[in-house]
Design a protein around this ligand. Structure first.
Ligand code: M6R
Length: 617
């Protein structure tokens, strides 16, 4: 939550900051602001409540001086509402220092009391302003911006990325991070800081991730990283694997539309290079240790939101293929309930952003408890993979829309690869079985493409008919259950309507009381071809709700005539093995969520109250 950009270099700060904030806006869009030291040596700030465009329009009407040093911020409000005054940057006592912040300073209240007693006046309701005043005062005492920030971060509790600049120090921006993201971009005669690489990928693809409790000082021709005690630290440079066009909307109506269209590619790229001779070869698991995969006796998957539903699908596949018991837990519940972990537990964290605070805290806790941690992540240089023992990257490319789509199918792909690798190493799958499942996985991208080609318009039409619908239910059994949950989450966040996903077998234990005439219910129907299929049971469930007046929309295998008499609409999906059906069944639900949001005139990419990276607990 909150996007941060810092720049030192040429006289083009405003272009860099506004371009970076545009690409980071998905991290928070309650307000935006910039501070720039102009060529005349004065510092100017401008900040506005609302989306970035409000600030841009304001700057168009009342231009501010450009300069070679600047910081910019796009906010997701925590302390203090989304107002001009609470927008960042915040200034020190004397107005000479500007500071931006992502995170929460948990002890801000006592620091504020202390500052008020010493004569400080506050202009905002934020936790951030205490840091601005403290750093401003330390700079006045030391004349050294890096040292001033170092002194202050020692006093802060909570999670923060802070960037500061001072009017007396043109050409210098200093950043610090604890449990919130910060990445350096290395340029030629210019350097950048950002919450993630999207902030500066337009200008450079050379990046360096900053570790926990580290401070970075950038000047046009130098970058110095130290720890909070002032010791220099080693850093690793990496090349950003995508270019600026990947994080642009292109000709699409929304980022979400673009990202749904990229679901086939997200699966294909996540498989790429990880299959040899038809067998899975996941070298990324080696850092877990030589015997780790045979030694583990239990897997715990931790994740939030859509990533947790991907984890639930991973459970079905990993248990089936490796016979290792898998528990799936929401990170925030896992972290605070004293879970039982041993050195033989493998914790798999799943996170698109790699920055979700709930999952990061759970990862740290798992490591401290002696478990090994493997992360599945979509973002290079992110914090969670850096805190883990090993990482399997999903290669979905940057996901900008707040509602996760292509990252979900990429996460499921990575988990299936992990399941097949475990089956191989532990001897629970034969080579033929692995090859069969790999072939199924490799066939997924074309099948998703078929759905996108054949059904998108029809699903859009369905959404247009349903703009007044107040409640939608989703039913699925087995691997259809996480798909139902995912379909419901998409409707809640995108269309702002009541939506619930249920295990279809649970229906008669209570939820069937919700069914009244006209209630829309999406049902994920498993294939009838599999002899172990739950198809007959799901068809019975459909009849039960139909008898009570439900309007049934079935997502069923192409050619499954058995659902036709009972469903009001059928969305066909291509044939696939049972474990692979979720890759296909979820796509119509992603499209439906997007189309309903658009049909209701809502903001598809930036739903209200949300942010892409949830970097506060
Ligand atoms: O970045 P992460 O994968 O850790 O994010 C987890 C959830 O916050 C995320 O999936 C969220 O539920 C999405 N808005 C769902 O579309």
């Amino acid at each position: 939550m909150c996007g941060i950009v810092g720049y030192v270099g040429d006289n083009k700060s405003l272009e860099v900051l506004l371009g970076g904030l545009k690409r980071l806006e998905y991290r928070g869009y309650d307000s935006a602001g910039v501070a720039v030291i102009g060529a005349d040596g004065t510092m100017d700030t401008r900040k506005r409540a609302g989306k970035l465009q409000v600030l841009v329009d304001d700057l168009d009407m009342r231009p501010m001086a450009n300069g070679a040093t600047g910081i910019g911020h796009t906010r997701w409000a925590t302390h203090g509402g989304p107002t001009d005054r609470n927008a960042h940057p915040h200034l020190g006592d004397d107005g000479k220092l500007a500071l931006i912040h992502n995170g929460i300073i948990e002890n801000f209240s006592e620091l504020k009391n202390e500052l008020v007693e010493s004569g400080a006046t506050f202009t905002s309701e934020t936790d951030t302003e205490v840091a601005a005043i403290l750093v401003g005062r330390e700079y006045a005492a030391t004349g050294d911006l890096t040292e001033a920030l170092r002194r202050v971060v020692q006093r802060l509790e909570g999670a923060f990325t802070l960037l500061v600049m001072h009017v007396d120090q043109p050409g210098v921006v200093v950043g610090a991070r604890r449990n919130s993201p910060l990445v350096i971009g290395l340029g030629d005669g210019e350097n950048f800081l950002g919450s993630d690489v999207a902030a500066f990928v337009e200008f450079t693809r050379r990046a360096v991730a900053i570790g926990q409790d580290q401070i970075v000082t950038i000047r046009p021709d130098s970058v110095v990283v130290t720890d909070f005690d002032g010791n220099s630290v080693e850093t690793d440079e990496f090349e950003i694997a995508w270019d600026a066009s990947a994080s642009e909307k292109g000709g699409w109506s929304s980022f979400m539309a673009k990202e749904i269209s990229e679901e086939p590619e997200a699966v294909a790229k996540t498989i790429l290079g990880r299959v040899h001779d038809g067998l899975v070869d996941l070298k990324e698991l080696e850092p877990l240790g030589p015997d780790a995969l045979t030694d583990i006796d239990r897997i715990v998957v931790i994740a939030c939101g859509t990533a947790a539903y991907a984890g639930m699908l991973g459970k079905y596949a990993i248990e089936q293929w490796s016979r290792i018991p898998v528990d799936v837990e929401l990170s925030h519940e896992f972290r605070y309930r004293n879970p039982i972990l041993t050195p033989r537990t493998l914790v798999i964290s799943i996170s698109q952003s790699g920055e979700t605070m709930d999952t990061l805290m759970a990862v740290k806790f798992a490591k401290e408890s002696g478990a090994k941690v493997l992360s599945v992540c979509n973002t290079q240089g992110a914090t969670i993979p850096r805190e883990s023992d090993a990482v399997v990257y999903t290669h979905a490319g940057p996901e900008v829309a707040v509602a996760s789509t292509k990252a979900f199918v990429a996460q499921v792909t990575a988990l299936y690869l992990i399941g097949l690798e475990l089956g191989k190493v532990r001897g629970t799958l034969s080579d033929d079985e692995i090859r069969h499942n790999v072939a199924e996985l490799q066939a997924v991208p074309d099948k998703i493409s078929e759905i996108l080609t054949v059904s998108q318009a029809e699903i859009g039409q369905l959404a247009h008919w349903m703009t007044d619908t107040q409640s939608v239910l989703f039913l699925g059994r087995n691997v259809g259950y996480p798909v139902a949950l995912e379909g419901a989450l998409k409707l809640k966040e995108l269309a702002y309507i009541h939506a619930e996903g249920f295990a279809a077998g649970e229906l008669k234990h209570g939820p069937i009381a919700l069914i009244e005439p006209g209630q829309v219910v999406f049902v994920i129907v498993p294939s009838p071809r599999d002899p172990d299929s739950l198809h007959p049971k799901v068809v019975s469930n459909i009849q039960e709700i139909r008898a009570r007046g439900a309007r049934v929309i079935a997502i069923a295998e192409k050619g499954d005539a058995s659902v036709l008499p009972f469903a009001d609409e059928v969305i066909p999906i291509p044939l696939a093995g049972s474990l692979f059906e979720p890759f296909l069944a979820v796509v119509p639900l992603h499209i439906f969520g997007m189309e309903l949001s658009a049909a209701k005139g809502l903001d598809v990419d930036q739903p209200r109250n949300l942010a892409k990276s949830v970097t506060v607990e």
